[in-house]
Design a protein around this ligand. Sequence first.
Ligand code: TXA
Ligand code: MG
Length: 347
Amino acid sequence: MVTKHLNVTTENIETAAQILQEGGLVAFPTETVYGLGANAFDAIAVGKVYAAKGRPSDNPMIVHIAEKEDLQKLTPMITPLMDLLMEHFWPGPLTMVVNKAPGIPDVTTGGLDTVGVRLPSNQTARDLIRKSTCPIAAPSANVSGRPSPTKAKHVVEDLDGRIDAILMGEDCQVGIESTVVDVSGDNVVLLRPGIITQQELQQAVRGLGKKVEMDPALFINRPRDVSKGQLLEVETEDFKPKAPGMKYKHYAPKAEMIIISGEMGKVKAEIEKLQSENELNGKKVGVIIFAETELQRAAHDFFAKLRELDGQGVDLILAGALDDSDGIGFAVMNRMMKSAGYNVIKL
Ligand code: TXA
Ligand code: MG
C-alpha cells in the first residue's frame, strides 16, 4: 500500500476525512501524540488499526470527538461529574472512560462495556473529526511497543506503507499521551497519568465532593535493580491495571536502557562513570538528562529523544530519573520506567 503524505491544507483534510468515511486509516496530529484514526463505528476499519500497529486486540481504543455534544452519541448518560470535567479540561489532553452506548462495536472497546472518549484541542485533529462526521477511534500512531510518535516523521518511520494516509502536521506540544480517568463509577479513578495531574483533577471536582483515586497498578513499578542483578517480571498475576494498555511493555527503544535515580549531582556523576566504562568496552552510549525544574519540557522531549538515540544506533541509553512523587514528573517517570523495562540503579 502506498501511504499518502498530506500537508495540512483544507483540501487535504477533506481528502483525509473522506478516507476515514470509506473505512480507511489516517494518522493525524493531536496536542499529545500522533493518532492513527479509523471510524469508531466501523468494526472492519477498527480491526485494520490493530493489524497496522500489531496491537493486542484486548487493548481498547480512545474515541475522539470534535464537539462536547458528540459525547451523547457514545454514552447513555452524561453525569454532573462528566460535565464538570468537560468544562474544565476539554478540549484538551484528558480521556474519560464512560459507560458505552450500545452502537459502539466491541472491537473498538476491546470487549469492555466502557469507552474512552477524548476531545482534542489540536485544530487539525478537530477539523478532521468534524469533516469525517463520525467519532474517530485512534490509538497512538506507532507500531505497538515502540515510543509514541510526537513528530510526523515518527509516524512515517513506523507506519509508512501500512496505512492510507498521514496528515503531516506540526510537532505535538505535550509529547506524552492524555491523562486517562475512569468516571464510570462514583469517584474519579486515574488510570494513566499525563500532563493533567491528579492535583488539577482533584481541584476541579472538589465542588461535587468527589475524590480522585489512583489505580493501584500505577504504583507497582517493580524496579529491577540491575546493579544487584535482580530480575522482576512486569506482567504478573497481581498486576492488573484497569487500562489494559498499561500492562504491556511499552515505549521501548531498540537500545538497552537503564535509569539512574537519586540526588541529581550523584546521578550525573554515575552516568558519566557508566558512560566512559561502557564506551571503553566499545559500546555506543546515549544519555538523557532533563532539568528537574523543566518537567513540561521533559514530557515534550522524552519520546522524541528515545527515537533520536535509536536513530543514532546507540547500544545503551542512560537516563536520569525525575522526581516521581507527583504531577508531571510522575507521568514522565511512568513512561521512562516502562521504556527501560524497569531497569533501575538506585544511588
Ligand atoms: O493522547 C492520547 O490519548 C493519544 C492520542 C492519539 O489521543 N492516544 C493514545 O491511545 O494514547 P492509546 O491507544 O495508545 O492508549 C489508550 C489507553 C490505553 O492504555 C487503553 O488501555 C486505555 O487508554 N483505554 C482506552 N479505553 C479504555 C477503557 N474503556 N477502559 C480502560 N482503559 C481504556
Ligand atoms: Mg499507545
